[in-house]
Design a protein around this ligand. Structure first.
Ligand code: C2E
Ligand code: CA
Ligand code: CA
Length: 901
């Protein structure tokens, strides 16, 4: 078995499986074989029987003919005797002489006819007159031994006949002195009456020793019965049997006592009664009737003889018990068949197993999100899965039989590849980060594993399998709307992994400037809706065209974010000028394959003339800039500054602690009064959030609110603020004063806002008419219908709406007036630098228009009486600012209100 194992690489499980399989096959085969052989057997059997019966019939005809012929001869002999001169003399005169002459003639005759055991003359009284016996030698029976045969049937029958007629007896035994002769001697008697002129004087009888007849007929070459052949009389008793050990059994009709047994009376009865052949056990019997006496009697009175042929079916037709009665030959054949079956099972099993394995492997390879590429020893690609096609842009058909160098990015040094292949050859695998080039020329970082698969037998390497994960699209790294911690991960990734593989840039000249742009494309379907376009291809073509030889690389780091490296500028301002030129408009107008596309983008740029071998930090700076404008700046293009990096770093810290601000009870709210100088009254309070963290101390909402927004924490925090303010409401004795709550644009879009506020109002029994929402104008410009619906909902609940920081966005007052708003909050920036004598034209314009439109204006951040007085002079009368009060905690309100009076 161990050799077997070694040859075929089979384990115990395989062998069991193969044997199981073989057993199933053998069983099935055996069943089929049994059924099949049964039919074959039946078919052959009936064929055999048919042939046997035909042959037997022919043989029987021959036997019948032979016997008849024999008996006909005998009849002739009898008539020759009767018609002899001696007999003629004897018939006319039975004197001594004539008697003696007849006796002599009988002896002579008998001499030549050994088959005649007796020749006799019986007189008309039944007494024997002359008898010649032929046992060994013909001999005349003495007178005193002659007997009275008057009671014998053959005598009785013969004396009834006319002259010249012949009587033939059935087969009988010789009787001597009323005793059956032993050994049994079957005889047939033929006799004829002797008339002298019409008067019967006696009969002439010859006894045929039937033994001669039968053995001569049955032993004849022409009767080729192969097996047991027996002759029965019509009673089913033996007349003749080829088996000499079986005694003759004759029925002598008149001597029932002497009948001997027949071997198979029931078979004979059955055969005789209704059919001429039958099977019994493993024997087949045919029965054919012959009439041995038809030549002598047209209608035989002596009945028929039955020739029964017995053959052993087992000998002629192979046994039907093929499975359990096997001989050595059968067993060896069967063994051979089994071996063939087992071998076939083995082949089938191995084939199936391999096929299964192959299928499984292929399925896994096809389905996996990792790229799988298999190349041969010449590194020609033999297989690539779907992920690979998706990643690389190469269709399977395009890439097959190409050298793997087609994927080389050219950013790694050759020594990296040398090391890589060395490791693969020595250790069988390599893993690490490798940048690969896609069909469109983009390069990507991939985490790769390259395995060498050796042919077990030849020990030559046969295949290389590479599995690779696309780092750029992997979740571990950044996506366009990623959060700060992901940025951190990206930075770490750049530093830890990419640094190991120095990007192989064109040789830098220390006097040259170079830089990196991190750029996010904003897919604007409005502009490009008609084309089935691949934005990426369009963009890549645009970048290549714009930077030409100055382009070092383009790397895709996430869905729509690319890092573009460029070099070879005379100085920084030269580089900046070119970049500004390329990115000059808010929209990139790109002509690609005769189609015009408009792409919007955000870009962080880093330009330097200091030589870096730390190229990764340049990428990192550009990317940091992009992150900065995404979170803090909202501008479209920015150039890197150290402050941005610091802000980003602090932002990451803030984001970290902010997560647990609510649960750690780090928030509280303060109130800043709003004063109507005409009514000389406090008309409301703005609710302002405060955050104190043990590590960071007090953090300004200006700083943490946008981070909370970026991290998606603002919604929970916003509800916390609303609930907290509602809790305070009753203690505030509002009396028509409004509580003004800042609603972040992100929360403004939260569908649950109206229902949450309603249920909180119900919970704390708050009149929503006491509540005002401060929203920035940005929420009104993105989606007009949505904004209007939201505002309507809030208004229907009784909530007033104030537009915060008015004037800092791009919306006009006309636009705002389309919405049902109660209040504008003139941003502090318009007031803050006021010097006596200043005109504050914008403020004046806003105040005038608002008054015309019947919208209240509140001036934020008023710190000095000069500001207030001037603002009053241009039509303002509602103020909020340090001049009146800084934001205060709840308990301070009472004191403030008292002092205000
Ligand atoms: P904002 O809504 O414009 O709030 C007015 C800001 O101006 C407040 O700063 C307030 O303390 C400050 N301020 C008031 N009077 C004067 C003044 O005379 N001089 C100067 N220099 N500043 C004055 P704060 O509380 O730091 O809030 C900053 C910003 O944070 C707010 O600007 C608001 O946009 C946001 N914010 C504050 N609380 C919340 C809040 O609960 N929810 C949301 N979504 N944003 C809030
Ligand atoms: Ca506000
Ligand atoms: Ca404001």
């Amino acid at each position: 078995m161990s050799i077997f194992k070694r040859i075929f690489h089979l384990d115990q499980y395989d062998i069991i499986m193969i044997i199981k399989r073989a057993l199933v096959y053998i069983l099935a085969m055996s069943i089929l074989y049994t059924i099949f052989s049964h039919f074959i057997y039946q078919d052959r059997l009936s064929e055999y029987k048919k042939i046997t019966y035909i042959t037997d019939e022919a043989n029987a005809n021959f036997i019948s003919f032979s016997i008849n012929h024999y008996l006909l001869d005998l009849k002739d002999d009898l008539l020759v005797l009767k018609n002899s001169n001696e007999m003629a003399a004897y018939i006319s005169q039975q004197d001594d002489y004539n008697t003696e002459e007849v006796e002599k003639m009988f002896l002579r005759f008998s001499e030549n006819k050994t088959d005649l055991s007796q020749i006799r003359i019986i007189d008309n009284q039944g007494n024997e007159k002359i008898r010649v016996n032929h046992i060994n030698e013909p001999e005349l029976v003495r007178e005193e031994n002659l007997q009275d045969k008057s009671n014998r049937y053959y005598f009785e029958q013969t004396i009834l006949l006319d002259d010249g007629e012949v009587y033939i007896s059935h087969l009988d035994l010789n009787i001597e002195n009323n005793e059956i002769d032993i050994p049994y001697q079957p005889v047939i008697r033929i006799s004829t009456p002797l008339y002298n002129m019409n008067s019967l004087i006696g009969i002439l009888v010859v006894n045929l020793d039937a033994k001669y007849l039968l053995s001569s007929v049955f032993a004849s070459q022409q009767t080729n019965f192969s097996d047991n052949i027996s002759l029965f009389n019509d009673q089913g008793f033996y007349i003749y049997n080829s088996d000499e050990s079986i005694l003759y059994g004759h029925i002598i009709l008149t001597r029932q006592n002497f009948q001997l047994s027949s071997n198979f009376p029931e078979i004979i009865t059955e055969l005789n009664s209704n059919q001429d052949h039958t099977s019994y056990d493993d024997k087949y019997y045919t029965l054919i009737k012959i009439d041995p006496f038809s030549s002598i009697h047209a209608e035989s009175q002596n009945g028929e003889w039955l020739i029964v042929h017995e053959s052993d079916l087992n000998e002629v037709v192979p046994s039907q018990h093929i499975i359990f009665t096997l001989d050595i030959y059968d067993i060896s054949i069967l063994g051979l068949v089994w071996l063939v079956i087992i071998f076939a099972s083995y082949l089938a099993y191995i084939h199936k197993k391999d096929g299964f394995k192959l299928n499984v492997v292929r399925r896994i390879a096809d389905e996996t999100s990792d790229s799988v590429v298999i190349s041969n020893e010449k590194k020609l690609i033999e297989y690539a899965n779907k992920s690979f096609s998706d990643f690389s842009g190469y269709q399977k058909g395009e890439i097959l039989n190409h050298h793997t160098r087609i994927l080389k990015s050219h950013i790694h040094t050759q020594s990296l590849y040398d090391d890589l292949w060395k490791k693969v050859t020595e250790q069988g695998y390599w893993s690490g980060i490798l940048w690969q080039k896609k069909k469109n020329g983009l390069i990507f970082p991939k985490h790769m594993m390259i395995y060498e698969m050796r042919d077990e037998k030849s020990k030559r390497h046969a295949n290389y399998v590479s599995l690779s994960k696309d780092l750029a699209s992997s979740n571990t790294f950044i996506t366009p709307n990623t959060s700060l911690s992901d940025n951190h991960a990206f930075a770490t990734y750049l530093k830890d992994d990419l640094l190991k593989y120095q990007i192989n840039l064109p040789a830098f000249n220390e006097t040259m400037s170079f830089g990196v742009i991190a750029l996010t494309l904003i897919h604007n379907e409005e502009h490009n809706k008609n084309d089935d376009l691949n934005i990426e291809n369009v963009f890549i073509a645009f970048v290549k065209e714009s930077f030409k030889e100055q382009l070092s690389f383009i790397v895709k780091i996430s869905q729509m974010t690319y890092i573009i490296g460029f070099h070879n500028y005379k100085n920084e301002s030269n580089a900046k000028e070119h970049i500004e030129n390329v990115l000059s408009q808010r929209l990139l107008h790109v002509i690609h394959e005769k189609h015009a596309y408009v792409l919007t983008f955000k870009a962080g740029v880093y330009i330097t003339s200091k030589f870096h071998d730390d190229y990764i930090s340049m990428i990192s700076h550009a990317y940091t800039t992009l992150r900065y404008i995404n979170v803090y700046d909202q501008t479209q293009i920015a150039y890197y500054s150290e402050d941005m990096a610091k802000t980003i770093a602090r932002g990451m810290q803030i984001a970290h602690y902010l997560q647990n601000g609510i649960s750690n009870n780090e928030f509280y709210i303060v109130y800043q009064p709003q004063i109507d100088t005409i009514k000389n009254k406090i008309i409301g309070y703005e609710v302002l959030l405060r955050w104190h963290n043990d590590v960071l101390g007090h953090v300004s909402p200006y700083e943490f609110i946008r981070i909370a927004e970026d991290k998606g924490l603002i919604v929970d925090i916003g509800y916390w603020v609303i609930e907290e303010a509602f809790k305070h409401c009753h203690q505030m004795n509002l009396q028509g004063k409004k509580l003004s709550i800042n609603i972040s644009p992100i929360q403004f879009l939260d569908q649950k806002l109206a229902s949450e506020v309603s249920s909180l109002a119900a919970k704390y029994q708050i009149q929503l008419a006491d509540i005002e929402f401060e929203v920035t104008e940005s929420v009104l410009v993105t989606d007009f219908n949505l904004a209007q619906n939201r505002l309507k909902t809030f208004k229907s609940l009784g909530i007033s709406i104030a537009i915060d920081d008015f004037g800092t966005g791009y919306s006009s007052l006309q636009y705002i007036s389309k919405f049902d708003v109660n209040k504008l909050k003139l941003d502090r920036s318009f007031i803050k630098d006021y010097q006596p004598g200043d005109k504050l034209l914008i403020a004046k314009h806003v105040i005038n228009l608002s008054n015309d439109l019947n919208i209240k204006v509140i001036c934020e951040g008023t710190e000095t009486i000069e500001q207030i007085n001037y603002l009053k002079s241009i039509g303002a009368h509602i103020f909020q600012g340090y001049y009146y009060a800084k934001p205060m905690i709840l308990s301070e309100i009472k004191t403030f209100e008292q002092s205000f009076k």
